[in-house]
Design a protein around this ligand. Structure first.
Ligand SMILES: Nc1ncnc2c1ncn2[C@@H]1O[C@H](COP(=O)(O)OP(=O)(O)O)[C@@H](O)[C@H]1O
Ligand SMILES: [Mg+2]
Length: 328
């Protein structure tokens, strides 16, 4: 089976006001099979969004992109804009954090979804497209779909608007759904409902998904595999279970510690410090200034992503081998 999405050595550079170039994405290899869910996790600024924007050609002008990103074997990097527009919104659906910005506030939501449909399928009448919008509302569990498709974005609550955006992303039956922090702006209860919805869609429609989040808890129950990113690199990669139960990278361990504990104490463990700027990256491993396990080599050499224990990990002193050493 050929992968649905595969990136190889994907790199992105930006230039600052002084004309200095810096790498924001430093060679990212990801792979997703049809129907699989990949969670990309990391704190703000780790390069999660730009990686996905690069393959949809949504980065601002002036960004330098290199490497490869193939969707069903077709190279997306450097694809002519007209062809990428064809893919976007048809074979690849997108959902972002802020659904208000995705909708035009002066048009009825149903009309906007119908337009997204007729744009890619010119043989469909407006009336049939509206019927399809209604069916999609039903699919994403928006109550009273026939009434709701005639309403404007401001008449929807945050959670309902996010459902409507997911409906729009599904309008042309995509094979891949990219959801960038789809639940971040929502309160906890609504967040859980949207995640349930994504889980159901994945099960019922067999859509492949890339789910981007800063919250490992969000991907825990839905992703098949996880890529943990830090400072523009993947620092750990593996199945969801392996990343959780055979954690090799101290950063992933920190993120798992940052997940609210389920024992009711409400305690949060945090990683001290803040992520680096791309123009002022620490030497060696970017995470070393914040790492409680740091040793001399970490300041000197950037670790490669390689197979360690159950996961792939970019760390000179991964936790799994450390445990083994203690056991000896
Ligand atoms: N247009 C831009 N110009 C310069 N730097 C940028 C630009 N867009 C993003 N970056 C930098 O790229 C890095 C990754 O950003 P992003 O992918 O948005 O992070 P994430 O989604 O993980 O929070 C950040 O350090 C950010 O400052
Ligand atoms: Mg982001």
């Amino acid at each position: 089976m050929s992968p649905l999405l595969k990136t190889k050595d994907l790199r992105i550079e930006f230039r600052n006001d002084d004309g200095i170039w810096a790498e924001a994405l430093c060679g990212v290899d990801l792979s997703l099979d049809p129907g699989e869910v990949l969670g990309i996790v990391g704190e703000s600024g780790s390069g999660k969004s730009i990686a996905m924007m690069a393959l949809l050609q949504l980065l601002p002008r002036g960004a330098r992109v290199s490497g490869s990103a193939r969707f069903k074997g077709q190279e997306l990097i450097g694809m002519p804009p007209a062809r990428i527009r064809q893919l976007r919104g048809k074979s690849i659906g997108c959902v972002f954090q802020d659904p208000l910005s995705a909708f035009n506030s002066v048009l009825r939501i149903g009309d906007q979804i119908a337009e997204a449909i007729t744009l890619h399928d010119r043989s469909m009448s407006k009336r049939d497209a509206l019927k399809e919008a209604e069916r999609l509302f039903e699919l994403v569990a928006i109550p009273q779909p026939a009434k709701r498709i005639r309403q404007y974005p401001h008449e929807f609550s945050g959670g309902m608007r996010q459902r409507a955006m997911i409906a729009m992303a599904l309008a042309n039956r995509p094979e891949l759904l990219i959801a960038d922090e789809p639940t971040t702006a929502l309160d906890v209860t609504v967040q859980a409902q949207i995640l349930d919805l994504l889980r159901d869609l994945r099960k019922d429609l067999g859509i492949g998904m890339v789910l981007i989040t800063h919250d490992l808890g969000v991907v825990a129950g839905i992703a098949d595999k996880i890529a943990v990113m830090y400072g523009g690199r993947i620092v750990e990669r593996g199945t969801t279970d392996d990343v959780f139960y055979h954690t090799a990278h101290p950063y992933s361990a920190g993120l798992i510690g940052a997940v609210p504990s389920l024992d009711g104490t409400g305690k949060l463990q945090q990683i001290d410090g803040t992520p680096p700027s791309i123009f002022n990256r620490p030497s060696g491993c970017s995470f070393h200034p914040r790492c409680s396990q740091v040793e001399e080599i970490c300041r000197m050499q950037t670790p490669e992503l390689e197979s360690v224990g159950e996961t792939d990990c970019a760390c000179h002193l991964p936790l799994v081998t450390r445990d083994a050493k203690v056991a000896e």
